[in-house]
Design a binder for this molecule. Structure first.
Ligand SMILES: [Zn+2]
Length: 359
């Protein structure tokens, strides 16, 4: 497993609308794997690989036009913030881009990514009294995003010299390997960006033939409503779209067994239905068959609320067959997002095994 790439992807800041640094990392990694790589008007990175014959045969002549167009959609954005206001004392207020549970946002280190002064550190907390002097009422309160402020250790004038309304802010935590798991603030969805690169790299390295045209699109602005996937799918007009993303793994204390959504250690997750999409059931069967043939563990899952890019692609242009290949994440949308290493391997292996089976 290329853990170094996963770590670099997770530690690169990129909130919805500001994915350019993540895109640069990916652009370097995909060199030589695709026949065409370009950035579309919204900022998604589109990577197209024409059908290939077996080892040594190279690119198939005249292929591509009639070939089945498959698209893997891997969103590059992580949930984060934009600077909304700087007050006279230098406290920075933010607007969230993506869904945060504010209960997980107390006492966070952040990076304020400025235009000309680099990435500056800050400490984020909600306004209010600390435990020693808090009232019973204070202790029960769950603050809203607008009540949080970032202290950058500088006066209002000093902050204003460096920070501009609209600068992106990300949570600041290093990537960790821990037991049999990976932990990071942005496994949703850099794990999928990693899988999008590594699965095609595996096909390329093995010289495996594939009859379909493989498009891997690293999309923008998924966390604010599957926006980049909508336009890129419209342009590509895929026959088959796979939302490659993460999902919940609530196999932890405090959640009833039937609400786990997915479980660590049980393999890659095949999304049957979520808030954005009902998967093509024959496509789910085909993914499952490819996994079985290659002894790759998979589990099926239904997510009552929330979605992924496959839902946008399914409805683009005349529509297409769509499914979701997901990785179960514990503590999703927190700085302790956690995935199982064996599941992560199954996730990459499944994509690499299934793509060559598409005729
Ligand atoms: Zn996601």
């Amino acid at each position: 497993m290329n853990i170094d790439l996963l770590k670099r992807l997770c530690e690169t800041p990129g909130v919805p609308g500001r994915e350019e640094r993540v895109r640069t990392v990916i652009e370097k990694e995909v060199k030589g794997l695709f026949d065409e790589v370009y950035t579309d008007p919204m900022g998604s990175l589109v990577c197209r690989r024409e059908p290939r014959g077996g080892k040594g045969e190279g690119k198939k002549k005249g292929a591509g036009k009639e070939a089945t167009r498959v698209v893997l959609l891997c969103h590059m954005d992580e949930i984060g913030f934009y600077v909304r206001h700087i007050d006279d004392n230098g406290f920075v207020r933010v607007q969230n881009a993506g869904g945060f549970d504010t209960r997980n946002l107390f006492a966070r280190r952040v990076k304020v990514c400025t235009r000309k002064h680099g990435d500056l550190s800050g400490a984020m907390n909600p306004g209010g009294r600390p435990i020693h002097i808090a009232t019973d009422e204070d202790k029960k309160k769950i603050p809203e995003i607008k009540e949080f402020m970032i202290d950058m250790g500088m006066s209002g004038d000093e902050v204003r010299k460096r920070v501009t309304v609209g600068d992106m802010v990300v949570l600041d935590e290093p990537f960790l390997e821990m037991g049999g798991k990976f932990v990071s603030k942005a496994l949703d969805n850099r794990a999928a960006c990693w899988a999008g690169v590594e699965s095609v790299r595996a096909i390329d390295k093995a010289g495996t033939a594939h009859a379909c045209q493989i498009n891997v699109v690293f999309t923008v602005q998924e966390e604010v409503g599957l926006r980049g996937a909508r336009t890129s799918a419209h342009a590509i007009r895929p026959h088959i779209a796979i939302g490659v993303d993460t999902t919940l793994a609530c196999d932890t204390p405090g959640v009833p067994d039937d609400e786990a959504v997915s479980r660590h250690g049980q393999g890659a997750v095949l999304g049957v239905m979520d808030g954005s999409m009902i998967a093509d059931h024959t496509l789910v069967d085909e993914l499952e068959a490819a996994a079985k043939k290659n002894k790759i563990a998979t589990q099926r899952s239904i997510l009552p609320r929330g979605g992924q890019d496959g839902g946008a692609a399914q409805l683009a242009a005349e529509g297409c067959r769509a499914a979701a290949v997901l990785l179960g994440v514990r503590n999703i949308h927190t700085v302790t997002e956690m995935v199982d290493q064996k599941d992560a391997k199954a996730y990459v292996d499944l994509l690499a095994a299934w793509l060559p089976t598409v005729s």
